[in-house]
Design a protein around this ligand. Structure first.
Ligand SMILES: [Zn+2]
Length: 261
């Protein structure tokens, strides 16, 4: 089981999977805990400031389940080490806040036919709306054909100025508007993480197929689901899927350092 991103969403997912009995984890995240994370990083306390998020998550997992086997990748998933660990995993949870990384993970998991559950939350302070969604990529649909990524994602990621502006926002709230603590999204993250883990559970136990798309509109208090893709399939579902090494997803590794600099 791989969890990519051990922040607000990923820390919930790691905790729930541990309680459900998952024994083998691969945790991928290059970030460190900061003061502004503490109001949503499940399992972290003030003593953890400055520690790697994967290390905090590993400790939280081992506290509940001493026998768990946890592998850590302390760098971006778009790295040789990250790719190698993802390819060795049977299921991947994506808990990142970057659409460019989602795009690459989607393609990697399509190429190697690895089930991929992508989690995301959103807040629009201007519109007073908040919510989130999960997307499950298993051959029926993917992030691209479900239109779950912002248009021109890769182009934006390539433009340093726009990327910096994006990073200046957390969950749609300007950083300057939040003196020390980050936004109060722990319960929203909990809802989305729980929806994702419950779909995973339904799929793995054979209770029912996981929904390919579940959307929580917090402003309305509703969850709506989609079981089949509206569009039959996209390039990634139709052409990339199952191509494994031939899909050459590794081409992103060569350009990634220049994107993230
Ligand atoms: Zn698709």
């Amino acid at each position: 089981m791989a969890i990519v991103g051990l922040g607000g969403l990923g820390s919930h997912v790691a905790q729930q999977l541990t309680y459900l009995g998952t024994q083998k984890f691969v945790l991928v995240d290059g970030d460190f805990a900061e003061l502004s994370n503490l109001n949503r990083l499940v399992g972290a306390c003030e003593d953890d400031l400055g520690r790697a998020k994967v290390e905090i998550a590993r400790d939280a997992i081992l506290k509940v389940s001493r026998a768990a086997i946890v592998r850590e990748v302390r760098e971006s998933v778009v790295s040789a080490g990250g790719f190698s660990e993802i390819l060795g995993s049977q299921f991947v949870f994506g808990c990142v806040d970057d659409d460019a990384i989602r795009f690459v993970l989607n393609e990697l998991c399509q190429a190697y036919e690895t089930p991929y559950m992508d989690l995301a939350t959103d807040i629009d302070a201007k519109e007073h709306s908040f919510g989130g969604r999960i997307v499950f990529t298993d051959g029926r649909a993917c992030l691209v054909c479900l239109d779950a990524l912002e248009p021109n994602t890769i182009r934006k990621a390539l433009e340093t100025r726009e990327q910096a502006e994006e990073e200046d926002n957390i969950y749609g709230v300007r950083v300057g508007a939040l003196p020390q603590a980050g936004p109060a999204v722990v319960s929203l993250n909990g809802v989305i993480a729980s929806l994702g883990v419950t779909e995973f559970l339904s799929e793995m136990t054979g209770l029912r197929r996981a929904n390919i798309y579940l959307e929580y509109r917090g402003s309305l208090g509703i969850v709506r689901c989609q079981t089949e893709a509206a569009v039959q399939s996209c390039y990634y579902c139709r052409t990339v899927r199952g191509k494994r090494a031939e899909a050459n997803v590794e081409r992103y590794l060569a350009i990634w350092p220049t994107i993230t600099e």
